[in-house]
Design a protein. Structure first.
Length: 272
């Protein structure tokens, strides 16, 4: 007998739809909804929380690609072992609170959001479900191992983002910055996708990008033309100070706009 998958008891699915809703709110400039979704994500997927731990187990399976069969089997077995150590009652009760918060503070329609990897995370959920017959679980495990051993396609990173929403998000900033530079588009894509890994990839990119910006500005400060232009020199030093101040700030849309302007400045410096 094939058991019906319960989306509202699938932590990975809930996380994915919330990320999707956060992106939509940002695109539509619905700041109130955007903040509500951020608050929910921050509260229920806080590091070391039970749902964060469960999500990490899901991700260990559906984000692993291109490994050999033996390693895939080892990862799957270890994930199942750790999953069994979770407090099921705690997971269930926390999920119930989370679903209630979504219904009350966002909308029950959120659960109809399209998730590209839905089939995979649904299969993982059934592997974790001890009520699913053993034979069915074994077949699902084979599917997941096959998924983990396949090499991701070259454009897998783009597919992660939902290209339509990324284009809309970029269009919003294009209105202010005209044609976006490639590094600006990359920054926006990582911002849209930042809740998938708690912003880790975005922070790494920003560290590299702001470091690059500082180096280019330092080079410009050595130019005789800049040294003679006191006003320009003052502005360049102010930008350097601004970059240093970013380290202690939360990554918001306002901060994003400042970084986009700095990227545009660096591009102009390189052209001159």
């Amino acid at each position: 007998m094939k058991l019906k998958h319960n989306k509202r008891r699938n932590t990975a699915f809930i996380f994915e739809i919330l990320v999707k809703e956060l992106t939509r709110a940002a695109i539509r400039q619905d700041l109130e909804k955007e903040q509500r979704v951020k608050n929910i994500l921050s509260e229920f997927f806080l590091k070391d929380s039970v749902l964060s731990q469960e999500l990490s187990l899901y991700k260990s399976l559906y984000e692993t690609r291109g490994v050999n069969t033996k390693d895939a089997e080892k990862i799957l077995n270890e994930v199942k072992r750790v999953y069994l150590s979770l407090n099921n009652n705690h997971v269930f009760n926390t999920q119930s609170h989370l679903v209630s918060r979504i219904n009350k503070q966002v909308s029950s329609k959120v659960f109809t959001n399209y998730v590209p990897n839905y089939k995979t995370i649904a299969s993982i959920s059934q592997i974790f479900n001890q009520s699913v017959p053993i034979k069915q679980r074994v077949m699902l495990e084979k599917q997941i191992i096959n998924h983990m051993t396949q090499k991701p396609s070259e454009d897998s990173e783009i597919k992660k983002l939902n290209s339509v929403e990324l284009k809309l998000f970029s269009k919003k900033f294009n209105e202010a910055y005209k044609d976006l530079l490639s590094e600006q588009k990359e920054l926006l894509s990582k911002y849209v996708n930042s809740f998938r890994d708690n912003g880790l990839e975005l922070k790494c990119f920003l560290n590299e990008e702001l470091g690059r910006a500082k180096e280019e500005i330092k080079k410009a400060l050595d130019e005789e033309e800049i040294k003679k232009d006191f006003e320009m020199l003052e502005k360049m030093l102010a930008v350097m100070k601004t970059i240093d101040g970013f380290k202690s700030q939360l990554i918001t849309e306002d901060l994003l706009k400042k970084i986009l302007k700095i990227q545009a400045l660096v591009s102009e410096i390189q052209k001159s």
